[in-house]
Ligand binder design. Structure first.
Ligand SMILES: [Zn+2]
Length: 309
């Protein structure tokens, strides 16, 4: 079997598998359970935080043979074909590649026709902010008086670029960036399932490198597995990321505290072998001193957001 990248393989197919975004999921589950559905949903947030994943799960919730549910079965033909991207009543559009008004008109001409298989015809428009002004106007007419059987799911990284007239007709959900803690705990889970060895510090380095995006974290992990031949230790992972090995900086600080100049210079020359970005080294030192100072002033307040509690 061919290798499937982690981000795809571990893409959640129901709300329970989602990591983070609890505030959004709770609202959606409640709306689905009480059958209080809006006709247009807008998911915003930076890349790789789950916008289209949530939209696809919501499409399942609306299309599952069980009827409208917050727990789609995952077995019926609707659930299966949505996962495989070939469900007739889920029309996915990448607005970045179809910005022209003709595209939008053609699309919206079919809005009036009833769904073929499910209860709803669902339009999932990714990067919706990329549509042209004319396309927005065409869309707006439908949003003003949507047929009962139509649901719009929009996703964008850039909601400021949406016309206010569109925004005001959508139920908007702002997705948060993933915290390093959430990323590390998810990576631990995925790697244990994949039976890949890893050192915790390496996972924190990957989480910091992912900068709030779970998809990036999983892509970097794919890279790291290839780079380290399946044994994720901090030093090679940091080398791959081009980041500074935090453990070395801590050793350096320990030698400083111990007033041991000889040992300190040894650590420095050890560090120098990796030709690090010294500005980044200084940044880590400053950040550690800052966190130590805060902890000294208010004991117990330091969180584990850097993995060094
Ligand atoms: Zn189903």
């Amino acid at each position: 079997m061919s290798y499937q990248v982690l981000a795809r393989k571990w893409r959640p197919t129901n709300f329970k598998q989602m990591v983070g975004q609890e505030h959004v999921l709770q609202a959606l589950v409640h709306a689905l359970d009480s059958q209080r559905l809006h006709h247009a949903y807008l998911f915003t947030g930076t890349r790789g935080v789950g916008k289209t994943t949530i939209a696809r799960i919501l499409a399942r919730c609306l299309s599952c043979d069980k009827g409208i549910t917050s727990e789609p079965c995952g077995q019926c033909s609707a659930c299966m074909s949505i996962e495989q991207g070939r469900y007739v009543d889920l029309i996915e559009i990448d607005a970045a590649s179809r910005t022209k008004v003709e595209d939008m008109r053609e699309l919206l001409e079919n809005v009036q026709y009833a769904p073929t298989q499910g209860l709803f015809k669902i339009y999932l428009i990714d990067e919706v902010h990329m549509l042209s002004g004319h396309s927005f106007n065409a869309l707006l007419k439908t949003l003003e008086e949507p047929p009962e059987h139509v649901k719009f799911l929009f996703a964008t990284t850039d909601p400021q670029k949406l016309p206010i007239t569109i925004l005001s007709r959508c139920l908007q959900f702002n997705l948060k960036n993933m915290t390093p803690e959430k990323i590390v705990s998810h990576l631990k889970f995925v790697l244990s399932q994949e039976q890949v060895q890893s050192e915790e510090a390496a996972l924190w380095a990957l989480a910091r490198g992912a900068d709030g995006s779970m998809r990036d974290a999983l892509s970097l992990t794919d890279q790291a597995i290839a780079y380290t031949q399946g044994d994720l230790q901090e030093a090679p992972v940091s080398a791959m990321l081009g980041t500074v090995d935090q453990k070395k900086v801590y050793r350096l600080l320990n030698m400083l505290v111990a007033r041991d100049p000889k040992a300190l210079l040894n650590v420095v020359s050890d560090l120098a072998e990796f030709a690090p970005d010294y500005a980044a080294v200084l940044e880590i030192i400053v950040s550690v001193f800052h966190r130590v100072a805060v902890e000294q002033a208010v004991p117990g307040v330091t969180d584990n957001s850097q993995g060094d509690q």
